[in-house]
Structure formats: structure tokens, C-alpha cells
Write a protein that binds this ligand. Sequence first.
Ligand code: UDX
Ligand code: UDX
Length: 460
Amino acid sequence: MASKIHKICCVGAGYVGGPTMAMIANKCPDIRIDVVDINEKRIAEWNSEILPIYEPGLSDLVAEARGRNLFFSTETERAIREADIIFISVNTPTKTYGQGAHRAADLRYVESVSRTIAENAEEPKIVVEKSTIPVRTAEAIRAVFDASETQHHHEVLSNPEFLAEGTAISDLESPDRILIGGEQTPGGLEAINQLADIYNRWIPEERIIKTNLWSSELSKLVANAFLAQRVSSINSISALCEKTGADVDEVAKAIGADSRIGPKFLNASIGFGGSCFEKDILNLVYLCEHFGLPEAAQYWESVLQMNDWQKQRFADQIVDSFFNTITDKVISILGFAFKKDTNDTRKSPAIDVCKRLLEEKATLLIYDPKVEPTKIYDALETDEENSNVVICSDPNQTFEKAQAIVVLTEWDEFKDIDYEAAHQAMQKPAWIFDGRNVLDHKKLTGIGFKVRSIGKPNEA
Ligand code: UDX
Ligand code: UDX
């Protein structure tokens, strides 16, 4: 069936909107896509050689389509007027004030985009929620449309994005599933099919799941909650492994071989980060509480409590290893992003660990291959004036006179560092705290390091 969609507008040129639209532009060269954002600097970066986000494979994808059928601008109103379908991909931070503070999502950006659509759309449109939002947001969007003077009937769809940062392009190219929720009315079902036709150009029909609106909205929160729960579960076991002499990687392998459990997402770590997991679980907790289900709320809240405990436990272990005195000690920090292959630091566990070490007055020499220094300073609520936070452009610069190396992100390049040379440059005894279990601990112990990792018997 020929697509009825000729023009797409995506509001929000972030980690989700940018890569998703770059993929659609590549798969559908006949569709014009306008990605718009209120942030002029961000748009200028999307139009430059150095994109605002780092994601393997993204710059090639953008280079191919940009100027052909992919356009980045701040012309929101024009793009909305011209589009057949509008994706809302703005951020939905956790509310910091009023009812639902620190739990519910702040929908003000979604609502403001909805108002702009209501005011500018000159004919009925399909409006797609791409941002992760609380269940029943579609209702809020609909209320904005219904209250507008034009009163066009725009169809609202929920089409949550499941890409993970660092693997966004392969996730978009070959997703496990595409989820589209809409009203179960003739108009709603037609809109679902039109959106499905776009994805169907490269994704087999059987991977496109069509549901009602609320199922789609809720499924996104639940998927993230289940993933985060797996990380908290294995992290809770990592603590037990450290006490009993079991090895968490061996346990993960053994349980992951059970096809009912599966091998993925069982890497014990210093804790999960990223913009979604905490926010989405808080949303789920809020929903459960709102609907009078405190036991269910408490259950999901414990996933976050376990995560906080894991981060704190790791930082405490570093401080304890130096007999509670790390004042003026130099510590090499390898990695600051919340996971490898991204420059994103939102909710990175590195922030909590570094803050804790700074509270103890350590001096941190920080290296991350992709995170810009300003982002690190901002995350640590400090600046270049602070001599206790030094950002290095080469990992080797962080070892000079350091007492410990702390691995906070699992960047592949950390495996290739010359640890013999690092050991020589460091103060003795030299420690390594591997918060991601990515290094060769036996080899490091052989070099003379005292090694601590997550969920493993101590090497020395
Ligand atoms: C996404 C999803 O949209 C969010 O719901 C999910 O939970 C986290 O990931 P992301 O793309 O990562 O957000 O967010 P971000 O990189 O902050 O991008 C959002 C963009 O929307 C920003 O560039 C911001 O300037 C833009 N924006 C925000 C608008 O263009 N208009 C607004 O009114 C508000
Ligand atoms: C997540 C979901 O995976 C994705 O489907 C959704 O669209 C957005 O939220 P993202 O946050 O980008 O994606 O990355 P993800 O790979 O899920 O990792 C989240 C955090 O969990 C990272 O800090 C990561 O290091 C940590 N993690 C993941 C572990 O500690 N152990 C694991 O086994 C897996």
C-alpha cells in the first residue's frame, strides 16, 4: 500500500528524536522529515560536522540524508503546518515541585508542543507520542486539542522508542518490536496503520505490535522497569558473592543459560544510570500509588533503593580500603558516561561515586573518551577553578602519582591501557576498583595491583 505520509515533523532533536528520524529518513527517501527544536545551539550542531550526540554510525546516517530529505531547524510552526504526521520527542523530566514531586513526570513540554500543534495545524494530523510518558498522557494531549479554537480532530498515537544509547542505530535498524497504540476507532485504527506502513518499509509486519493507547504507554514504562529490575537483582547478588566467595559472572552465566531467564542484562555493575530507568520507575511507582496500590509501588521502589545502595557500597569500599582517609589522595577515574559508546551523562552512576570521593576531599583525575569537560563539571556541580577535579584528555595522564584507578564506564579502550606503565607511574600500594568488571584482574594482580571488583573474590 502506498504511504499517505509525505512529510514528517519531529519536535525535539535529542537522543531519541535525532537518531530515530535519521533512520526513517534513510529508509524512506521519498518522505521529507523536519526535525525541530527550541534549542538553537543544538540545531546548529545537527547541521554541523560534529553532531550534538555521539552514537556509533549516526554521523554517516545523518550525512547521507541531511539536506536531501532530512532537515534540522527551529521552524517548529512551519514544520507542524506542513507535516502529515508529528512526532513529539521532547524531554519529560521528573517533577521537582507540587503534586507528585520527585515521582511524577513533568509534562509541561509535551503540553506546550501540543498547544503549538493545536494553534498551527490547519487540517487534521496524526500526532505521535515518542517521548516516554506516564500512562494517560494521550488524554492530556487530547484535552489540549479539544480545547483549541480550531478543533480539528487529530489522532493521537503512542509509539514508544526502545532504542538503547550506544547501540541506537542497530536497535533502530533491527528492533525486537515496534509498538503502536491508538484509539480503537476507525480513525484511530487507520492512523495506526499509516504509521505502521512507514516502519513496515524495513521492519517485518510480525514485529509491529498494535495495541490500545494505554497498553502501549504502560508497556514502555514496564519494559524499562523490568530491565532495571534485572540489573538490581544481579547487583544484589553481587554483594552476596563478595561475602561468600562466589563469582557473580559465573552465577550470571549459569542462570542466564536457562532459556527462561536468558543471558542478557545480567552484568553486575556500580548501578544503572541513564535518563530513563529511574524516571520511568518513579513514574510507575507514582501510578501505583495514585491508583491505591501501595504494595506494588513499594515493590518497584525497591529496585531504585537497591541501585542507590550499590553505588554507595562501591564508593564506600574505595574509602574503606584507604582506612577512611582519602583526603588529598589522587584518584584516577576512567569513564564518566552512564555506559560505553555514548557521551550521555544523565544519571550516570559515575556522578554519585565521584561526588562521594570529593566529599572525602580526594583529588580526581578524570578521563572519558567522549564526554565533554563542561558536562563533567556541570554534573559534579563544580568548575575548572576546583583543583580537586582535573579533566584529562589521555588516560595515561590520570595515573601520575595516583593511589587508585577507578573504572566507572566499560569503554573498550580501557582494556588496552598499558597497566604496567600505569602501575609504575602510581603511588604504592596501587589499587584498581573495577566498577564494571571489564579488566583482566589476574593480570593486574600479577603486575602488583590490589584489585577490587564487583561480586568477585578479592584478588589481592
Ligand atoms: C528522550 C525522550 O523523549 C524522553 O521521554 C525519554 O524518557 C528520554 O529520552 P531525549 O531525546 O533523550 O528524550 O531528550 P533530550 O536529549 O533532552 O531531547 C529533548 C529535546 O527536546 C531537547 O533538545 C529540547 O531542546 C527539545 N525541546 C524541549 C523542544 O524542542 N521543545 C520543548 O518545548 C521542549
Ligand atoms: C534503556 C532501555 O534499554 C531502552 O530500551 C530504552 O529505550 C531507554 O532506556 P539506555 O538507558 O540507553 O536504554 O541503556 P541501557 O543499555 O538499558 O543501560 C542502562 C543502564 O544499565 C546503564 O547504566 C548500564 O550500564 C546499566 N546496565 C545495563 C548494567 O549495569 N548491567 C547490565 O547488564 C545492563
